[in-house]
Design a binder for this molecule. Structure first.
Ligand code: NDP
Ligand code: 8G0
Length: 378
């Protein structure tokens, strides 16, 4: 089954990724589209919110099987999207290869060459930094937040879950900033690498070989592979760390995991994925003084860089690495400032310390609701 949820277009065309994973259903896509609207509002750029996908699993499929599925999917989707109506991109199970196939089929059916997708290949309108943007952005955010709290990111130990695009970008930037990333994970287990994750090897195994985590462990002597024992296994969250970044999928960090992180002295939990932390875990982390940031703010760098790709496509130009990276960093710092302000306003009323979850919800919501009211009921 294939879906596209168009949630809100008050501040721009619907915008959000397409997910291919066996777990996809309409309920998951509705929550993702809902979150996307407020996240996109936080970016300060003109995008509404949407999300799409299918329960098709690309795992183990050949290139031509994936291409044929994508073409069948596009035969329906193409009517509902366009550069000024709805601009899809990748998400779990949808990377550069799948976006390329979607774009090719769209171009053929719509008979136009436009920036209707983001995350495209560099040769046909894609932006520099888009593949890295979500993870880079999350680390720019963490860096800014820690600095504001007088904490240096250098030499901090980082636990990351996931083994995909976001996990790789986050691991790369964390390493560049002088922190040490010691974990990555997949659905079947996790890697603990006390010498620090080798981000080039990670990229090679995931993107080039499209292989499993065990392949990373086989190629890296310092890496230990821990197979998932049962549903109660704490996985990467059992590893002592200063900074935790869940970057795999929804509901992957529960209350027991949160208790373990707190017992191990975690300073911050920052969501690279969308809603990876359960509500109970979120409350526990906040009540125990952990700097907790939801994905709506922390992973907004991905979609923000998609908006930068849309701008480049509109003006038919291609910006340099430094230009895009500088804008991404500036956007993440602005998001931090805006959600901190909203959190201060919120906590001035209800008490407590700066609640970044409330701050992000309020700052994201205000802009959307003001735009909707200004445009009248129609
Ligand atoms: P990828 O497909 O590149 O990676 C996702 C990773 O998570 C894969 O290793 C996948 O393993 C694993 N995974 C998926 N489902 C589960 C599960 N149920 N349990 C454990 N592991 C799982 O996706 P992305 O890195 O792009 O996305 C990761 C998260 O970040 C998602 O929540 C996404 O919505 C969010 N996000 C992504 C953005 C982007 O720009 N890509 C932007 C903002 C947020 P396997 O394939 O083997 O199942
Ligand atoms: O670029 C996008 O529209 C996109 C792609 C994948 C995920 C997200 C997200 O913000 O969750 C956005």
């Amino acid at each position: 089954m294939g879906y596209r949820v168009q949630h809100n277009n008050a501040i721009g065309p619907y915008k959000g990724g397409v997910r291919f994973h066996a777990s996809v259903n309409l309920s998951i896509l509705k929550f993702l589209a809902f979150e996307q609207t407020f996240k996109n509002s936080l970016t300060t750029l003109p995008m509404g919110g949407g999300k799409g996908g299918s329960d098709f699993s690309p795992r183990g499929k050949s290139n031509s099987e994936v291409m044929r599925f994508v073409q069948a999917f596009m035969l329906e989707l193409w009517r509902h999207i366009g550069p000024e109506t709805d601009v899809p991109a990748g998400d779990i199970g949808v990377g550069g290869r799948e976006v390329g196939f979607m774009f090719g089929m769209y171009k053929k059916l719509a008979q136009e060459f436009t920036g209707t997708f983001t995350g495209k290949g560099r040769e046909f309108g894609g932006s520099l930094i888009r593949p890295e943007a979500t993870g880079f952005g999350a680390l720019y955010f963490v860096h800014q937040m820690l600095e504001t709290h007088g904490i240096d990111i250098k030499d901090k130990t980082v636990a990351i879950s996931g083994f995909g695009n976001v996990a790789w970008g986050a691991a790369t930037k964390a390493t560049e900033l002088g922190a040490k990333v010691v974990t990555i994970s997949g659905p079947d287990g996790y890697i603990y690498d006390p010498e620090g994750i080798d981000v080039d090897l990670l990229k090679e195994v995931k993107e080039v070989k499209r292989a499993r985590l065990t392949e990373y462990a086989a190629a890296r002597p310092s890496a230990q592979y821990h197979e998932k024992k049962n549903a109660d296994d704490h996985g990467v969250w059992s590893v002592k760390c200063d900074l935790a970044l869940p970057c795999a999928t929804q509901n992957e960090l529960n209350l027991d995991d949160a208790k373990m992180l707190v017992a191990n002295g975690v300073i911050s939990v920052t969501e690279g994925a969308n809603m990876p932390t359960t509500l109970e875990a979120t409350k526990y982390l906040q009540e125990n003084g952990v700097l907790f940031v939801g994905g709506k703010a922390a992973n907004a760098g991905g979609v923000a860089t998609s908006a930068l790709e849309m701008s480049q496509n509109s003006e038919r130009l291609s910006w340099t690495f430094e230009e895009v990276d500088g804008k991404l960093k500036g956007i993440m710092e602005t998001i931090y400032a805006n959600i901190s302000d909203a959190a201060k306003r919120y906590n001035a009323t209800v008490g407590g310390n700066d609640d970044y979850v409330a701050g992000a919800n309020i700052a994201g919501f205000e802009k959307v609701v003001n735009a909707m009211l200004a445009q009248g009921v129609c």
